[in-house]
Design a protein around this ligand. Sequence first.
Ligand code: 26V
Length: 794
Amino acid sequence: MQEAPVHLPSENLSDAILQQLKYGLGKDAAHATRTDWRLALSLAIRDRIVDPWFASTRTTYAKQGKRVYYLSMEFLIGRLLEDAAVNLGLMDEVTAFFDERGLDAKAVIADEPDAALGNGGLGRLAACFLESMSSLGCPAHGYGIRYEHGLFRQSFDDGRQVEAPEDWLSEPHAWEFERAEVEYRIGFGGHVAEENGQTRWYPGEAVLARAYDTPVIGWKGAWANTLRLWSARPEQIFDLSRFNAGDYYGAAHQEALARTISRVLYPDDTTDEGKRLRLKQEYFFTAASLHDILRRFDSEYDDLSLLPEKVAIQLNDTHPAIAGPELIRILHDERGLSFEQAVEIARGCLAYTNHTLLPEALERWSVGLMAHLLPRHMQIIERMDALHAEAHPDRHVRLIDHGDVHMGPLAFTTAHRVNGVSALHSELMKDTVFAELNRLHPGRIVNQTNGVTPRRWMLSANPRLSALITEAIGDGWVGDLEQLQQLEPLAEDAGFVEAFAKAKRANKADLAAYLGKEGTGVDPDAMFDVQIKRIHEYKRQHLNILQTIALWQEMKDDPKGDWVPTLKIFGGKAAPGYFFAKDIIRLINKVAEVVNRDPDTRHLLRVAYPANYNVSLAERLIPAAEVSQQISTAGKEASGTGNMKFALNGALTIGTLDGANVEIRELVGAENFFLFGMTAEEVVARRQVEGHAWQAISADPRLARALEAIRHGTFGHGFGGIVDNVSGPDYFLVSSDFTDYWRASRELDAAYRDPKAWTRKAILNVARSGWFSSDRTIRGYMADIWDAKALSVD
Ligand code: 26V
């Protein structure tokens, strides 16, 4: 047999890793650190992505398919190595390679920094969508910002949240390719001039946006898309004359200012400077992305009217909503189309996803700031506003109101489709924030219920359950999650029920060991009850901790009672300036201190709050969870995606009729879901009841006693704000929902006492959660919003 010619990368993964270690990193195996191994492995796997990546690009050009551009200020991608290895089917080889060398493959994989380029649900959804678009062969690019520092690292000091900067780029980043040649000039400020009937914007300052590409490989490696992130650089590296004059600070000033734009994820926007910087970030990445989209379009077509046929641009919330005015500006001012044509073409390309109805999260920019930073865009917005008012004189929808530009209405009017992220949320959009616009543009609002990628959230996060499922129904479910339905009959199969329970128990033991290392000793046989998400009043972690206090008090009254030993797990970060949320964190930590050392109850109840919740921690917690806490005030959680991950991994939900909980309950069956609380309508009515919180507290001695304990300092001091809030205004109706929450919690305990029946319910949750795959969601966007077709490499 002829010997294979020497070439890189090697066909054999082991050889490829060793080659990368030697030639890529200049390290000898005898002296390689864990990070060296991780980088060598990453580079070897990255090499395998390049060919399908190129092939996907070639196919898209050849077939002239419609391209999808997903513009998002956040991509909460987490670690990428395992995702890539799993999608390429290389995990067994990877494990074998490290086993042979006496190294722990899991530890090597966990060495990768968790890329936290997002705050929470919105950013994680964008990451799941990227993976699904690749798995489906939808030709797409993700566009965002290459933040030097992602979401802050959280630690606790005497129970208080402490924030430290995150530094994911301090080590070499194996997955990206810097594209020095792809660089655009992005202007700010300056003035607008009329020249020969044309309007021109002359920015007063500019920065450069440089592209960094990360390939995103889909399931089975059949297709790969690109995540293109922009990094800000100065036009002029530094001021040499100032430097030579000894003014070193002054010489570096421009550079520092330019780089600030991509320095950190969502800087504090409570100060005017912070606001300005955030708007700069938004325009920076949106404008760079549009330049890039048009450059690609121009390379293939020469008729701008084809744009809506060939280009779909999805705005992930309003953060990139300046795309509307920017695209209109380019088409009208620079490409010479009429204003009306420009608006029509822009609208044909653009679509907008709304992710929250909370008034404080709806973006507004003062006209003064907008006019100062983006003077031409402000004129265009004024013209759009006037046109809209003219077309609908009897209506009162304004893009500019009380001196502010309202980005939601702006995004709405410049988009051909606007979507909510769960059935309930999309209906509430029509009834509340966008009621007027919905009347003017019926049919523009559509729903696309969120989903999660099963590759990350089942196959790689939960290998035990994945193996069991594959053994039972084959591996088709990974690419077609609704095949999980085939598990339904197995809920009655004693052998399967036992194996399922065993897998969950093993996941719990793993988590117990991890939490033990983190400082909280826990019993792996306790019921694992988990609430993980950003800390926010509407998500009501304080309702959960109040119920935990009440439970502890009752356990203490009767330690010999028939209690279900329970481990309450919390995880999540609070925005640095959100003081109420920070008080909730401290209260949870203080309750944990008291409860965990109470000799009367410590065998019955523990509270764990591992710090620095992120994607990687979620991957540990969700597979081990038995109870999923989804307890937001109805009408406030747009969808939730954690709720889907838990159900898919066999946790039973205790939750309100909010966001996608409604659809989860419908699908998994009301008998396999613990419902409590007021509906969105009841919530609105309840707020009108004078003294609603006080009434609720008077009617429920458990709640009164728990609040009393907090007030009396059982958990330390400084919690008056929380107690006063839930007994006074209680906008989020913690007190009014408490009694029903207690009831549902005890029903849940009762169900847990019958392990077989519980496991059957858990299996049915898994079997009926297939619809929550982000593959289904992306198919929905492709059909209803983008009109895009999946392609495949021949
Ligand atoms: C807004 C702001 C405004 C002030 C600066 C910081 C900041 C950060 C984020 C946001 C918007 C948050 C919107 C969001 O994440 N919504 C979540 O989207 C998920 C995906 O659709 C959904 O599952 C969650 O229910 C929803 O809360």
